[in-house]
Structures are given as C-alpha cells and as structure tokens.
Design a protein around this ligand. Structure first.
Ligand SMILES: Nc1ncnc2c1ncn2[C@@H]1O[C@H](COP(=O)(O)OP(=O)(O)OP(=O)(O)O)[C@@H](O)[C@H]1O
Ligand SMILES: [Mg+2]
Length: 176
C-alpha cells in the first residue's frame, strides 16, 4: 500500500482556520535547522510559534534555523539557565522564550511575555505547553517535535488562525 501523503492540500475555497497537522521527517540536526530557516525567511513581525516536545527533541535547533532565516547570526541562540526570555535584534526582533523552568503560570505575568506578544516581535516559545492556553494569541503556528531515532525527529506543524495558515502555506510551497 502506498504511504499516505505527508502534505495535505489546502483548497483555496475553504476558509480554514485550523489546519490539519503537516508532518515532516527531519533526519539530522541540519535538516531541522534548514526547516527553521525556511520558516524564518517567511516570518513577519507579530508572528508567534509555539514549540512543544520533550527534552532534546530539537526545539532550540529549530530556533537557531529560524534566526538564520530571519537574517540573524544563529550563534546568538542559546538555552540559558536562568532567563526565560531572550531577545535577538536583527532585521526582525526575535523573542526566544523557554518555559522549561517556569514553576507556576503566575510567574508568566512577571516575565514581560505579554509585551513580547504585542505585535512588535516574532515570538518563539519552547515548552509552550507549560503556559495556560489563555496566554496564547488567537493566531499562531504550533510545532510538535517527536523523537523517532537518534538523529531522527518528526515534526507536526499546525496553523491556528488565518495569518499562520498563510504562513504555513507559503512555507509548504517553499519546501516542495
Ligand atoms: N534531526 C534532529 N533535529 C534536531 N536535533 C537533533 C536531530 N538529531 C539529533 N539532534 C540532536 O538533538 C539535540 C536537540 O537539542 P535541542 O537543544 O535542539 O533540543 P530542545 O528540544 O531544545 O531541548 P530542551 O527541551 O532541552 O530545550 C541536539 O544535540 C541535536 O544535535
Ligand atoms: Mg531547547
């Protein structure tokens, strides 16, 4: 039996607000970085990407690629021990949020996250599942990372809202 298609069509006549997940296999860290940079090249300020996946599943590697795609030096991207949010200044300003160390959701109010979500930044949120849904904007791209082997990962990408849907369509056409 042929394998099911991994790319789902998005008929133009349908006003899709929430897409089916788009599943991609990433066979190496550089493929994950390339995937990030494909998205980074299409990002505009105000866009938000929620990253979910266990430890070491490739979220930061992906963010490094996004940084590169937006015109930043990817070496600026790190996983700091104490800071929940880092800013990277370039052609776009990126807010790299890592909620792994968030102890309770009440702490979010003190991080300044609300200001980063005000539309001036591109916001990338690792461990987005640690924040209450109410904190997520109405429109964002969601990416789930799964371990499928030592160097193999699978991502499921889903657009929530029309703006992210447009972004996802552009990225899918760039990836063909
Ligand atoms: N296909 C792949 N994509 C991404 N990373 C991979 C892949 N294969 C192996 N790796 C390795 O897995 C690790 C992923 O680490 P990374 O910091 O990106 O994960 P993370 O999801 O951000 O983890 P954490 O939850 O600790 O923040 C790196 O050491 C990377 O080299
Ligand atoms: Mg990380």
């Amino acid at each position: 039996m042929p394998a099911p298609p991994t790319v789902k069509p998005f008929p133009d006549h349908m006003a899709i607000e929430q897409t089916e997940p788009w599943t991609l296999a990433l066979a190496s860290p550089s493929q994950t970085e390339n995937f990030g940079s494909t998205i980074g090249r299409r990002l505009q300020k105000g866009e938000v990407i929620a990253l979910v996946g266990e430890l070491g599943s490739g979220k930061t590697t992906f963010v490094r690629g996004v940084a590169l795609g937006t015109g930043l030096d990817p070496h600026v991207v790190s996983s700091p021990t104490f800071t929940l949010i880092q800013e990277y200044f370039g052609p776009l300003t990126l807010a790299h949020v890592d909620l792994y160390r968030l102890k309770q959701s009440e702490e979010l109010a003190d991080t300044g996250l609300a200001e980063y979500l005000n539309g001036d930044f591109v916001v990338l949120i690792e461990w987005a599942d640690r924040m209450p849904d109410a904190w997520l904007p109405d429109d964002y791209l969601s990416i789930h990372f799964l371990h499928t082997g030592k160097n193999a990962r699978r991502v499921q990408v889903q657009a929530i809202g029309p703006r992210s849907h447009g972004l996802l369509r552009a990225v899918m056409s760039d990836s063909r």
